[in-house]
Write a new protein. Structure first.
Length: 764
């Protein structure tokens, strides 16, 4: 159960041998096997976009709309309130009006109507319009379409969602999932744009930018014709004449044409915020507006709604995290949170953040009277739709796919739902707890972390679903500098050495690694950093973990960490505990193996490679099996069920029992590594007295200065401090280092249980 996972490495096809190995592997992972396919992927063009009439029923849909336009019929486009639906409405409305049609749009209200075509809307619209075209919805609306047809409407359905067992009885049903269309990945606006192309290609071509925006926002695969559509659409967006897009990019702070990442994280959220917070009509009017002044007002309104959305989302996420803090994440393998006053428009976003943080599938629900309405997001490879399907009898409404879903259920069923969903996740994972993993495309040596590599990687853009931004792994990276930066030191500026190659990086959210020297395995992406007109490659770290086998033994650290926890003078009974350890390490959660010596930790790491290897602290509430080196009891606050002191008692049992009150604390007999540590720590009485006199003269700033002043090793210095604290002569902390002298009184080192233990073991 390792966090870093490399894609399966197969032999590079001969057709890709002309590319660097790392590039060939990236292309191979994206389905390329030949040089021709690779070149087509790296250089998308207009010819890769398929003719619209290949779509089933497209010719019928085109002819019905041309007849409606020539007959001066009233046409309504029925859309959805997300970015895909809004863009689909805007581009089809634009073409129809350019062609002289009497066309309008209708977008249902998220709060009162929900997603898709509904009976009340169908009844109302049938009295006002002659033709209805659905975009990004309608393919499962059998009853609603039947009602519209009964009221005399011509109905054209365009959609990209999964069809039901029965198709609606519309005049035309256009979907890439029907018939023999070669590519199933179009989004709703992509299908709508194909309809616009069929109606009038010349008028539709400039609207590719809206189809591209929606394609990125809706997270459909950026492969095949979607790749060409987005690449060309983004280029078009960079020189757009559409006032709404200009205004939207201006409020987002984009001075140049956006890339796919900027569309996904800066433009799309502002469009989506309108439907989440107030009305999707604001976003539609923005995209359709012809006057730049009015467009700027609408864009600022979208900006304000997005800021409000972020505030609400942050509030919901914080409350949700507080609920997670009280959960038993060993018993429950899915997170289900619920709030009385949460906004239904942001619970899906909150579920996504919880799933991202914890690696557990997450459901966030807003209580609405007697019911709860919410969204689910997958994690750790769990098919969330399949897991929720096992709870379907609890739901009033339910739908979704492998990665995400939505549901409504009675509030009284919430506890049952929480238990059954967790059981379904456990069944999928065969009892193993979900755990976030970092899938890497390949290893990349520091020698290849160059500006040239980044420029070649740019040929793989646009990145998105189906073509994610490449993620690399690097091993044996020695930390030269780990420095916290940014507000409250949340981020990490870092520099590593691999062989003779030195590289810099940034780790957003990694500030807690500051100063922790060692050798690491890294997960990172690449970007360019421009400083003083010099362009270099920079690693953007996603994850880092110590490489235990490359750690350097440091007896002073071993002694210092042990000394902080050995704060009781009452020796505990020391049972033998060895054979039972394998039983405790079954499954994936609940056991903490506390190691004072590197040799002990490495032997356990070899025996239990599935366990987390941690240095200094173990505070993950999921309580995965953990091997803890240099751990201090007061920094272990995870709900472990078993704590094993693997190097002997060392008078720590009581401290670990306080730190993990629900755990059983087991003790192994001290072995050879512990005895070596004791030998390195040992001081005689006169040496201890000399150390104490040193403290009386000057309080040290750290363990190094104390050892130098006292003329002992750092390991012996740590032992001396532990003995002095046990004798109530000082108080001290290891991180951050602090020593405070207590009132002097006469004591004998023989009164120290730790002193007695070390001498007893070494003299035995």
């Amino acid at each position: 159960m390792q966090a870093i996972v490399l894609r399966e490495q197969q032999a590079v096809p001969e057709g890709l041998s002309a590319y660097p190995t790392w590039m060939a592997r990236l292309l191979q992972a994206r389905g390329m096997e030949t040089r021709e396919a690779a070149e087509a992927f790296l250089h998308p063009c207009r010819e890769q976009i398929l003719p619209p009439l290949l779509l089933k029923d497209m010719a019928v849909a085109r002819d019905r709309l041309l007849q409606a336009i020539s007959g001066n019929k009233r046409i309504v486009i029925y859309g959805d309130y997300d970015c895909d639906g809004v863009c689909a409405c805007a581009l089809l409305l634009d073409v129809l009006r350019q062609m002289g049609a009497r066309a309008d749009c209708y977008i249902p209200d998220r709060e009162t109507e929900g997603y898709g075509l509904n009976m009340q809307a169908a009844e109302k619209l049938a009295g006002q319009y002659d033709v209805m075209v659905t975009v990004d919805c309608g393919i499962t609306s059998v009853s609603e379409v039947a009602l519209a047809k009964e009221r005399g409407m011509t109905v054209i359905v365009t959609d990209h969602h999964t069809p039901g067992a029965v198709l609606p009885g519309a005049d035309a049903v256009v979907s890439p999932l029907l018939g023999d269309y070669p590519f199933a990945g179009l989004c709703g606006a992509g299908v709508a744009w194909k309809l616009a192309l069929a109606l009038d290609a010349e008028k539709a071509e400039p609207l590719m930018e809206l189809a591209a925006l929606a394609t990125v926002a809706d997270m459909v695969p950026l492969l095949q014709e979607n790749r060409a559509l987005v690449k060309l659409g983004l280029e078009q967006m960079g020189k757009t004449e559409r006032p709404g897009l200009k205004a939207l990019m201006a409020v987002a702070g984009l001075e140049q044409g956006p890339d796919a990442q900027q569309v996904a994280f800066q433009l799309a959220p502002r469009i989506n915020a309108c439907g989440r917070m107030e009305s999707a009509r604001i976003a539609l009017d923005l995209l359709c507006e012809k006057d730049i002044g009015k467009a700027m007002l609408l864009a600022k309104q979208a900006q304000e709604l997005n800021e409000r959305r972020k505030r609400l989302e942050n509030g919901v996420v914080e409350e949700a995290r507080a609920q997670v803090a009280g959960m038993d994440l060993q018993t429950h393998h899915a997170i289900v949170v619920c709030g009385d006053d949460w906004n239904k428009g942001v619970v899906g976003l909150a579920a996504g953040k919880l799933a991202e943080q914890w690696g557990y599938p997450a459901v966030a629900l807003a209580r609405d009277g007697e019911n709860c309405v919410g969204s689910a997001r997958s994690a750790s490879g769990v098919d969330i739709y399949a897991a929720l399907k096992t709870c379907e009898d609890l739901f009033i409404r339910f739908g979704g796919h492998r990665q995400a879903a939505g549901m409504t259920l009675p509030a009284e069923k919430l506890d049952e739902f929480r238990t059954r969903l967790s059981d379904a996740v456990k069944a999928q994972r065969k009892g193993e707890a979900p755990r976030k993993q970092y899938l890497c495309d390949s290893e990349l040596d520091f020698a290849d972390v160059t500006a040239e590599t980044v420029q070649r990687l740019n040929l793989l853009e646009p990145f998105g679903m189906g073509n994610p931004s490449p993620v690399f792994a690097a091993k044996h990276a020695k930390a030269l500098s780990l420095r916290a930066v940014g507000a409250e030191g949340k981020h990490l500026q870092c520099e590593f050495l691999q062989g003779e190659q030195q590289r810099k990086g940034i780790f957003f959210g990694g500030g807690h690694w500051q100063g922790k020297e060692g050798v690491y395995a890294l997960v990172f992406q690449l970007s360019l950093n421009v400083f003083r007109e010099k362009t270099t490659a920079q690693m953007q770290l996603k994850y880092m973990t110590p490489e235990p086998e490359n750690m350097q033994k440091d007896m002073a650290k071993e002694a210092l960490a042990m000394a902080v926890s050995a704060r009781t003078a009452q020796p505990a009974e020391i049972p033998v505990f060895a054979e039972e350890m394998d039983g405790l390490m079954q499954g994936s959660q609940g056991t903490l193996l506390v190691c004072r010596c590197l040799e002990t930790a490495l032997s356990l790491h070899k025996r239990y490679p599935q366990a987390v290897f941690a240095v200094g602290k173990a505070d993950d509430p999921r309580a995965y099996h953990t091997i803890l080196l240099y751990g201090m009891s007061h920094k272990a606050c995870a709900p472990f069920r078993h704590v094993v002191l693997c190097d002997g008692e060392l008078f720590e049992k009581a401290a670990w029992q306080r730190a993990c009150p629900s755990a059983q604390v087991h003790v192994c007999r001290e072995g050879t590594p512990a005895k070596k540590l004791f030998t390195a720590m040992k001081l005689e009485k006169e040496e201890l007295r000399a150390c104490y006199r040193t403290l009386m003269r000057q309080v040290p700033r750290d363990i190094v200065s104390f050892a130098e002043m006292a003329g002992v090793t750092r390991t012996q210095g740590a032992f001396a401090l532990a003995v002095f604290e046990e004798m109530e002569l000082i108080e001290f902390e290891a991180e951050p280092f602090r020593v405070r002298l207590l009132p002097m009184h006469k004591r004998d080192p023989e009164e120290s249980a730790l002193y007695q233990l070390i001498h007893r073991v070494l003299e035995a």
